[in-house]
Write a protein that binds this ligand. Structure first.
Ligand code: ZN
Length: 122
């Protein structure tokens, strides 16, 4: 119980049967409600990889780019793409963080219920 390495459905709020939509998909799909849940990968590592990638992209677009002698239009185009990537990736990180916060909250409450139940039995 409470194993973060098992897929946990935030909609059903329990461990359900899941399947992978695609082999390389970042999500499991819940067999009960059909909603997506995160593959149980470490959210910390995921977040820091994304932040590193974004830092690199932003550095290239806003620091290196304007000095590279490209036309202003190309630089704007790259900068707009990088801003788009920022928004997309940060949304993914945010959704991931929200998922794990929900999971930990649920797990805490679940443990509390188990403890209460075992106290009542005594
Ligand atoms: Zn579900």
């Amino acid at each position: 119980m409470g194993n973060p390495n098992e897929p946990w459905c935030p909609v059903c709020r329990e461990y359900t049967e899941h399947h992978l939509k695609e082999r390389e998909s970042a999500y499991y799909t819940c067999n009960q409600c059909g909603s997506d849940t995160w593959k149980p990968t470490s959210p910390g590592i995921y977040g820091s990889v994304v932040i590193l990638v974004l830092a690199f992209l932003n550095f290239m677009a806003f620091v290196i780019g304007p000095d590279a002698g490209e036309s202003q239009f190309d630089i704007w185009f790259v900068q707009i793409c990088v801003i788009g990537a920022n928004i997309l990736l940060l949304r993914v990180v945010w959704r991931n963080a929200v998922h794990w916060r929900k999971f930990h909250k649920w797990r805490k409450r679940h443990y509390q219920e188990l403890i209460d139940a075992s106290r009542k039995q005594k």
